[in-house]
Design a protein around this ligand. Structure first.
Ligand code: SF4
Length: 393
């Protein structure tokens, strides 16, 4: 268990409200009620962190986000905000106050693909322009985040090239199912096609001169393994030195579980009480036998640091190979890719290894009050009205 002084890795979900309409996430249909969302008082109770990710929903929907960031900087060495990039003015204003902050804008492919997947009018142009503005302001820690699926896999390398030309970070993910995404039916259909695009990206990353990119190559190699439904390449230690906190103050191990797993509530408890509670221990024992095999940066980055020798050995071997070959990496290094190609496993068998469950009753992790507001209105109507009201103020 973490000692009092040990710094943790935290993700702060400041809201479940979202103005995008992503095809792989139904969170926009299940928003939190603004009055119930994390208060500054609760944020003050969070522990010291070496890294904090602020996410949503869309975090910039909260007009008090600068107050939250100000408070979090008192306890965190590094902060990165994940956003859809829509509220350009708010993002730019925040970046002026905190030029050291990291901003990751979700872009799901080139313009047409992105706008279809994210369902945001002019989403690509707005995201791209926001990133360009931040770069022109001299911000260093800015980049793209892309969730790869069948539809946008062919855009993976072209989008990486754009981010590279702009000197930006390029974070990838693939489809996951969980209460957080209010989704259980996400699945990759054409695994070899998607893996081939990842393979090309891995080779480009390995050929770069940046050690950070070599380790990104390992992460993307792990994504191929994940989309074939195989066990994680590294152990998952979520809830041991890592936590997520949701808009209601509930502290959770991660955002990958099918239903919400709660270690305690920071509105009603101190951090020490919560972190050392029996409930927290129960969640930790569940994590030890969790079979969801997520491969998202939030759970993999701490593991890559903790078990550094494994990715480091992988990087070393592939860097040596890259002396002799322009394509030092092959997706067929993953035995499962060969087995599938050679007909030793079927698509149906691989589908069964995924977390996709067509019959699942999807939980959304909302409070009773947030659920109640959905009786007469849709989540989209609630959030649209909310934003319209913000705009006239
Ligand atoms: S594998 Fe790890 S991140 Fe995924 S649901 Fe299980 S505990 Fe959470």
């Amino acid at each position: 268990m973490a000692s009092k002084e040990k710094k943790l890795n935290g993700t702060v979900i400041v809201t479940y409200r979202c103005n995008a309409r992503c095809s792989m996430c139904n969170r926009y249909k299940a928003p939190s009620k603004p009055e119930e969302e994390l208060s500054i008082e609760t944020i003050k109770k969070l522990p010291k962190m070496y890294f904090t990710n602020i996410t949503g929903g869309e975090p910039f929907i909260r007009t008090d986000l600068p107050d939250i960031v100000r408070e979090l900087y008192k306890k965190s060495d590094r902060i990165v905000i994940s956003t859809n990039g829509f509220f350009t003015d708010r993002i730019v204003a925040l970046a002026k106050e905190f030029p050291q902050i990291g901003i990751r804008i979700s872009i799901e492919g080139l313009e047409k693909t992105n706008n279809e997947i994210r369902g945001l009018e002019n989403g690509y142009q707005r995201g791209y322009q926001t990133l360009k503005t931040l770069r022109e302001m001299g911000m260093k820690d800015v980049g793209f985040g892309m969730t790869v699926q069948d539809k946008n896999a062919p855009d993976l390398v072209p989008l990486y090239d754009i981010s590279n030309e702009m000197g930006m970070e390029f974070a990838t993910a693939s489809l996951h199912n969980s209460f957080y995404f209010v989704e259980a039916k996400n699945i990759i259909h054409d695994r070899p096609m998607v893996a081939k695009n990842f393979e090309e990206l891995v080779n480009k990353l390995l050929r770069s001169k940046s050690p950070k990119k070599w380790f990104r190559a390992y992460f993307n190699h792990g994504l191929i393994n994940y989309i074939y439904g195989q066990p994680r390449l590294l152990p998952c230690d979520m809830s041991f030195d890592t936590f997520f906190i949701d808009p209601y103050g509930d502290v959770m191990p991660c955002n990958g579980t099918k239903d919400k797993e709660v270690m305690g509530n920071l509105n009603n408890q101190t951090w020490e009480e919560l972190w050392n509670s029996q409930e927290a221990e129960k969640v930790r024992s569940k994590v030890r036998c969790c079979d969801r095999q997520c491969w998202m940066i939030g759970s993999v980055s701490p593991a890559m640091h903790k078990y550094i020798w494994k990715p480091a050995w992988w990087v070393f071997r592939h860097k040596v190979k890259s002396i002799f070959s322009k394509t030092p990496y092959s997706m067929y290094e993953n035995k499962i890719c060969c087995d599938y190609r050679d007909g030793k496993v079927t698509k149906e068998q691989l589908d069964k290894c995924s977390t996709c469950d067509l019959n699942a009753v999807i939980s959304n992790g909302l409070s009773e009050a947030s659920k109640a507001q959905l009786i007469n209105k849709t989540g989209e109507e609630i959030v649209d009205a909310d934003i319209a009201q913000q705009m006239v103020k």
